[in-house]
Design a protein around this ligand. Structure first.
Ligand SMILES: Cc1ncc(COP(=O)(O)O)c(C=O)c1O
Length: 445
């Protein structure tokens, strides 16, 4: 009998099967901490989940979802039911202030925004094409664009300038021309607005400049707006720019509107990662919509998710009240988190007003300073970040680390605060324990 090596997989399968490609998150979510049923499990402040309003959502969905025979068929299409397309287009038209109303025919529904990115990139890029993306970035963007579609991220670092300002534009120009010199054709840029992990929104004039940049180079602008309604008041930054959707910026004289695509989904703004529902809005590109629809069998949402989302988004009274309460709770948890960090002398990125997280400089805490520079060379500090990641897991707390999020400075971690106060404080306490554990190891040499 011939013995087949490593499962006899394709070259693609072999890459995926390599243990180094197993997402860390899988080991965390399969062993989550619970004070009684699993006290030894991981407490996760690393996955971008909002559990603050889970009771309201589960009650609403349980009460309002109903099935009929049509829900047991393939339904109206693989890209969402007529009812959901209509509900989601009305919802986006109400909350994103688009220049032109969003209509059902502008929308393709998917099983989440991750699948929406994969599907968009599959139809917009050829293998090897480049996609510009500012650093730091949401850690799954690189795999979302490359695993199936085989495009690649061209990361853009910004030195000390504000990445949300017009000063960022030359950095994109340079990244694009460097990629060209390396033989990479840039086909798109991804903008994450509101930003994960920085929790800030792009002002309208910067969005307009991105449009002009994309037009100049004839590239697609993919705007991931999955945190659009997770906007909250930061008492320390009352003037932080509010959310502006790319859909609301006038394309006239700036960009061919067929290059603009916006993504949104239920995971973050409605605390429903598990429902698996997202969408692509493209108002002026029929060929793209046709391509997405033809490829939608692989990204089709379940009729259960479709019907639950249709019921919820159609109920404007519930939605308005949900957004208000969610926003108030996000402010409360943000304030608890940053006051805790301040009391322990842990620096964090100030000025955010969106999303579910704070970007914190844990190595600076170990350096006892505003930055971690005193801890050695950049290489030494990246090694320390890896050791800190291990110390956090030893203390049974999970955070997303800067290296996985394309940070260009070592030592930064993303802390998700959209959880019950007691859970959050337990997680923050464990972070300090992990820091002290590493400090002890460093002192012992
Ligand atoms: C910016 C961003 N885009 C996409 C996703 C994926 O969302 P979904 O659960 O809809 O696939 C996430 C989840 O963390 C995210 O933060």
């Amino acid at each position: 009998m011939t013995v087949t090596k490593a499962g006899h997989l394709s070259s693609r399968g072999a890459v995926l099967a390599d243990p180094s490609n197993r997402p860390v998150m899988l080991d965390i979510v399969s062993n989550l901490w619970h004070p009684e049923s699993n006290p030894g499990g991981y407490l996760s402040l690393g996955v971008a989940e909002n559990t603050l309003m889970h009771d309201e959502i589960t009650q609403y969905m349980t009460k309002n979802i109903s099935l009929n025979s049509h829900a047991l068929t393939y339904g109206d299409s693989f890209s969402g039911s007529h009812g959901l397309k209509s509900a989601i287009s009305a919802f986006i038209t109400r909350h994103f202030s688009p220049l032109q109303p969003v209509l059902s025919r502008h929308i393709v529904i998917t099983s989440g925004v991750g699948p929406a990115i994969d599907s968009c990139v599959f139809s917009l890029c050829d293998p090897g094409d480049g996609i510009l993306l500012g650093r730091p970035y949401y850690g799954a963007f690189p795999s979302d664009v490359s695993l199936r579609a085989k495009a690649q991220i061209i990361p853009v670092a910004f030195d000390d300038i504000d990445p949300f300002s017009l000063d960022a534009m030359p950095y994109y120009e340079k990244a694009l021309s460097d990629a060209r010199e390396r033989g990479i054709l840039t086909k798109a840029m991804i903008l994450c607005n509101p930003h994960n992990p920085l929790g800030r929104c792009f002002p309208p004039e910067v969005l307009a400049a991105y449009m002009q940049f994309c037009q100049k180079h004839n590239i697609h602008l993919i705007s991931d707006e999955i945190y659009a309604l997770s906007i909250w008041e930061n008492p320390d930054a009352p003037d932080a720019p509010p959310f502006t959707s790319t859909l609301s910026i006038d394309t006239a004289g700036r960009i061919d509107p067929s290059l603009v695509h916006v993504l949104w989904g239920m995971s973050k703004d409605f605390g429903s990662n598990g429902i698996r529902l997202g969408c692509i809005v493209s108002q002026n590109n029929n060929p793209l919509i046709r391509a997405l629809e033809a490829n939608s069998y692989f990204t089709c949402p379940s009729s259960l998710a479709d019907r639950a989302t249709t019921a919820l988004l159609s109920d404007t009274t519930f939605v308005e009240s949900f957004i208000r309460t969610n926003s108030r709770l996000l402010t409360e948890r943000y304030v608890s988190t940053v006051r805790f960090l301040e009391s322990r002398g842990i620096p964090y990125q100030e000025g955010s007003n969106a999303g579910l997280f704070v970007w914190v400089d844990l190595l600076a805490y170990l350096a006892g300073a505003d930055s971690s520079e005193g801890l050695g060379s950049e290489e030494d500090r990246w090694a320390l970040e890896t050791r800190l990641e291990a110390a956090l897991l030893k203390e049974r707390v999970f955070l997303a680390c800067g290296a996985a999020f394309g940070s260009y400075r070592p030592g930064w971690f993303r802390v998700v605060f959209a959880h019950d106060e007691a859970y959050l404080l337990e997680g923050l306490r464990r972070i300090v324990d992990a820091l002290e554990l590493l400090r002890g190891e460093m002192a012992r040499g």
